[in-house]
Design a binder for this molecule. Structure first.
Ligand code: UD1
Length: 415
């Protein structure tokens, strides 16, 4: 269990460079299971979630080598198609191996991914889609067994534009016979990145980035070289940290288009955000206003930024209203913020935040983004904040404390 201690940062100043997106890298690593030849994936930081996904590829028998932020994945004779709880419980995205393995090897057994802190996170949409392609599913002793003689393209309508289900079904459909059409598909940038990678391996996918994705099955897929897109959530987190601390921070290696909802909400709150070619500069003078926000699928406001904004808004005078529509239990950080003096009332999925000056306290990270939110709270709270269970934070942010300290924060690890 790792811990940090931090004190108020009067300002944050300087430049921070964003890494490749964890949530783009994870499905792309799963997709390398489809390749008949080596793949080289660039711009992948060594985060715990990524390393856990690499362990899963190795368990299947593939060879994975890292050189700095480049991963080389080489197919080798298959060792395992059964993935135990000890491997899959470490990250929800482990379930993304189901689509590629089903497509290529026609069979797998994977420990049920289960719930997590932010909600139950079922995989029913993934499974319904696999069945529509011709898979048979059986659930026993905590495992889901998925097998087929042959996958055949079909029309699949997703009841909700699930990111993971869209990714899994694209990967399964790549080697299915005939055409698959996924309707009400997720349109997150990470989906487009996955489709671009698969197309460079020889897949035939069109419409990624829209709600109708068409996949014409091909016989096999070769290897490919790919650089993953920058992490829009990592970028957004530094932008909000800068906003909360009256900062002047340039966040580089970003795709501004992907940051639209974050930029819009910061501007609405009175923060100046300057968009450059591949960077954004946040200038946070004393013009903060409370705002309302509601999480929605892309291009709506991302649920992965809700906790960080809630933390920022807790310190802005006036009433802000935050509504979480994606995950049913994503307000756990609010209890911790209240320990720091935040004035927040929740009713169902809505939080009413009356801005108040925060004071440092002992708090606990309950998940990745909740942890980042507490770091932001500690940066604008008076006095000292101690955050425990910080292992969640380093699952998604590479050199987070080092980067913030370079900008002027004072964060000390007490591992
Ligand atoms: C991905 C992201 C996560 C982000 C989320 C929403 C990765 C590795 N993770 O998670 O950071 O917060 O998108 O933007 O990319 N649902 C079902 N049945 C299903 C699948 C999902 O009911 O079969 C529900 C979930 O419980 C949740 C909602 O749909 O309430 C959104 O989930 P989904 O879009 O699938 O998120 P993930 O892919 O798990």
């Amino acid at each position: 269990m790792s811990k940090i201690v931090l004190t108020k940062a009067d300002t944050l100043q300087g430049c921070v460079k964003i890494n490749g997106a964890k949530n783009a890298a994870l499905p792309i690593l799963a997709a390398t299971l489809l390749a008949n030849e080596p793949c080289v994936i660039k711009s992948i930081p060594p985060l715990a979630d990524i390393e856990n996904m690499c362990e899963i590829l190795k368990h299947a028998g593939y060879q994975v080598r890292r050189r700095n932020t480049t991963l080389s994945i080489q197919p080798k004779p298959l060792k395992n198609l059964k993935f135990p709880y000890e491997l899959t419980n470490k990250l929800r995205a482990s379930f993304l191996i189901a689509g590629p393995l089903l497509a290529k090897y026609k069979h797998l057994e994977i420990s049920y991914p289960g719930g997590c802190a932010i909600g139950a996170r079922p995989v029913d949409l993934h499974l319904k889609g696999f069945e529509a392609l011709g898979a048979i599913i059986s659930k026993q002793n905590g495992y889901i067994e998925i097998f087929t003689d042959k996958l055949t393209g079909n029309k699949i309508y997703l009841d909700f534009p699930s990111v993971g289900a869209t990714e899994n079904l694209i990967m399964a459909a790549c080697l299915a016979e005939g055409q698959t059409v996924i309707e009400n598909a997720a349109i997150e940038p990470e989906i487009t990145d996955l489709a671009n990678f698969l197309n460079s391996m020889g897949a035939e996918i069109s419409g990624a980035g829209t709600d109708t994705i068409k996949i014409s099955g091909v016989k096999d897929l070769s290897g490919a070289d790919h650089r993953v897109i920058p992490d829009r959530i990592e970028a957004g987190t530094y932008m909000v940290a800068a906003a909360a601390c009256h900062g002047h921070v340039t966040v580089s290696n970003v795709i501004c288009e992907h940051l639209k909802p974050i930029i819009a909400k910061l501007r609405e709150s009175g923060i100046e955000v300057i968009e450059n070619y591949n960077s954004v500069t946040v200038n946070a003078a004393e013009r903060f206003k409370p705002i309302d926000l509601k999480t929605l699928p892309y291009p709506g406001f991302p649920t992965d930024m809700q906790a960080q904004f809630s933390s920022y808004l807790s310190g802005i005078p006036g009433t802000s209203i935050v509504t979480e529509t994606i995950f049913e239990n994503r307000f756990m950080h609010l209890g911790e913020l209240k320990r720091m003096g935040a004035n927040i009332k929740t009713e169902g999925r809505t939080a009413v935040i009356e801005g108040a000056a925060l004071t440092g306290a002992k708090v606990k990270a309950t998940d990745l983004r909740a942890g980042a939110a507490l770091v932001i709270a500690g940066l604008h709270a008076d006095g000292e904040t101690e955050i425990s269970d910080c292992q969640y934070i380093t699952r998604g942010y590479y050199q987070f404390y080092e980067n913030l300290n370079q900008l002027g924060a004072n964060i000390v690890r007490i591992d």
